[in-house]
Design a protein around this ligand. Structure first.
Ligand SMILES: [Fe+2]
Length: 326
């Protein structure tokens, strides 16, 4: 069961009590590097994305907002940061390198967890020129990179990182598609591995946070942006559960619920962390979940911080309290 209370936002972030994990959710920064793009880089779907960037997205995603975000994170200082994809815009090698620098500005790989988004798989890319730059931010805690472990998306995901009693479970839904389409899928192999992880971490009574780029609930995004095997994922979650699902991709605020075995699972999407926002719903935000175990379940304090163009900084937007019973 889930209940929520709204309170007026406080001006400063509350200190994080002991036995509480403060988890920040950031998504879709779309760090672009189109100024020095070569003509041969555009002989594929990138041409479509390049034109979209020139027409409107370049004015939407601003480095100044990411800089303000970095400043704000120094103030709020979450214990952990989850980034749910679309770190790049056209999957260019220069963008992967810039995104690595941005990740390093957020924190160490043990403090920051990354999953890819569809823009990070905009076209098929060479591993060494792309995801290799983020490997240590994506790997599971217990991964031993050696002769028997080949680094690729299929071997890395689903990922599992445990911080205290919080299990961060990363799923990759990113895949190259035709121009205009931005669909994704979990895939049967990853779905099977995910089932085992959800079952094991459920038995351990951990607070399971599923990180996924494409929203798994219906109606959040249009058909061309959908998660193709969302129904199969919802069925899996109905049997094995999760305590919280965080996603990106929609570029607007989104909240819904999925059915779990013991009640509803909150599903929360954040807007792009770098977006000026044509509407308030699309303006850059990031969310901080303060998760602690309670007598009969979990308490979750949720602080939403929104970018203010007037002040050129992030400010508090709302404070909510969620209670989840086992
Ligand atoms: Fe995106």
């Amino acid at each position: 069961m889930v209940s929520a209370n709204n309170n007026a936002p406080s001006m400063t972030a509350a200190p994080t009590p002991e036995n509480t994990l403060a988890l920040a959710h950031i998504t879709d920064p779309h760090i672009a590097s189109v100024s020095d793009i070569r003509a041969r880089d555009l002989l594929n779907k990138r041409l479509y994305g390049y034109l979209k960037w020139k027409l409107h997205r370049g004015a939407e995603h601003l480095a100044a907002i990411l800089s303000a975000l970095q400043d704000d994170l120094i103030q709020t200082h979450p214990d952990h940061i989850a980034v749910t994809g679309d770190l790049t815009h056209l999957s260019l090698p220069t963008e992967f390198r810039k995104a690595r620098q941005w990740l390093q500005s957020l924190g160490s790989p043990t403090r920051v967890t990354v999953i890819p988004g569809n823009h990070d798989a905009y076209v098929k890319t060479d591993w060494d020129l792309s995801f290799a730059h983020w490997t240590d931010y994506m790997l599971s805690d217990d991964t031993q990179v050696g002769d028997n472990f080949s680094l690729n998306i299929e071997s890395i995901f689903p990922s599992l990182r445990v911080r205290g009693r919080i299990a961060l479970i990363g799923v990759c839904t990113a895949q190259p598609t035709l121009p205009y389409l931005a669909v994704g899928s979990v895939g049967t192999v990853q779905m099977q591995k995910l089932k085992a992880i959800l079952a094991r971490t459920g038995e351990q009574r951990l607070f399971r946070v599923l990180l996924i780029h494409h929203p798994p609930a219906t109606g959040t995004v249009s058909w061309r942006k959908r998660l193709k095997d969302a129904a199969a994922l919802r069925s899996l979650l109905a049997s094995y559960g999760a305590e919280l699902i965080l996603h990106g991709h929609a570029h607007h605020t989104a909240q819904s619920y999925l059915e779990g075995p013991h009640g509803r699972i909150p599903v929360v999407g954040a807007p792009s962390a770098s977006a000026l926002g044509r509407t308030r719903r699309c303006r850059a935000r990031y969310y901080i979940y303060r998760i602690s175990s309670a007598r009969n379940g979990w308490d979750i304090g949720l602080s939403v911080r929104i970018y203010s163009a007037d002040k050129n900084r992030f400010i508090p937007e709302s404070e909510n309290q969620l209670s989840l019973s086992h």
